[in-house]
Write a protein of this length. Structure first.
Length: 229
């Protein structure tokens, strides 16, 4: 009888110990990342879910994690801008840029993707000043996991997990499509849409007409429009 009581007590204690482990919610797209395996090895209770916004939610903090290469590519295709706007639904948020010991964020010259270092510096300033998202640079995935561990051990509070993906307005959708062309930023996209009215008219415009706004970039834009798949 005593042994039976001891067994029940042990199970309760085991459940209590598991429940007390720091808890992190990770998006299912992160399940194969080295960060997840490192967190588990550190004794973190990692719960995999589909998160509409952010890669991780730790206590009250929504976190977007980018490796250096992913940060550069998402800056170029402007995907990160949308993600930063979505993070704004959470009062506490972070952007992790991971791997600065393994890959340079920028050098004194353009990187392999043709991005000038000042463009990266300017974008980092926009993240901080315009989108109000703090940035943490980590050395590697182990360093990222250690930051997460410290954050997970802080006093927790409940936050909603039902944040929504940002829905673009009609004008924003049109602008987003035009910004997909190389060298066309928000201001230039707006100028093109104001001048031509529709995406169809922009595509059908002559190189000479495009040059009025795009200058030398018009030739490259026209080539992309006319290229076969």
């Amino acid at each position: 009888m005593a042994a039976k009581f001891f067994d029940i007590f042990s199970k309760k204690e085991l459940k209590k110990a598991v429940a007390e482990k720091p808890r992190i919610i990770a998006d299912y797209r992160e399940k194969n990342s080295l960060v997840i395996s490192e967190l588990i090895s550190l004794g973190i209770n990692v719960e995999i879910k589909e998160l509409k916004v952010a890669d991780y939610i730790i206590n009250s903090v929504a976190i977007e994690r980018k490796t250096v290469s992913d940060f550069i590519s998402s800056m170029i295709n402007r995907r990160l801008i949308n993600q930063l706007e979505e993070l704004g639904q959470y009062p506490d948020r972070l952007l992790i840029i991971e791997g600065i010991d393994e890959q340079e964020l920028y050098t004194d010259s353009e990187n392999l993707r043709g991005v000038h270092p000042n463009s990266i510096r300017g974008f980092l300033l926009s993240i901080l000043l315009k989108y109000k998202v703090p940035i943490i640079f980590t050395k590697n995935y182990q360093d990222t996991a250690k930051f997460f561990l410290i954050l997970a051990r802080r006093k927790s509070k409940e936050i909603p997990l039902n944040a929504n993906k940002k829905t673009l307005s009609k004008k924003e959708r049109l602008q987003f499509i035009i910004e997909g062309f190389p060298g066309i930023g928000p201001k230039t996209a707006k100028k093109l849409l104001k001048k031509f009215g529709t995406i169809k008219n922009i595509i059908n415009a002559t190189e000479k007409e495009l040059k009025e706004i795009l200058g030398k970039k018009a030739e490259n834009t026209k080539k992309i429009i006319d290229e076969k798949y």
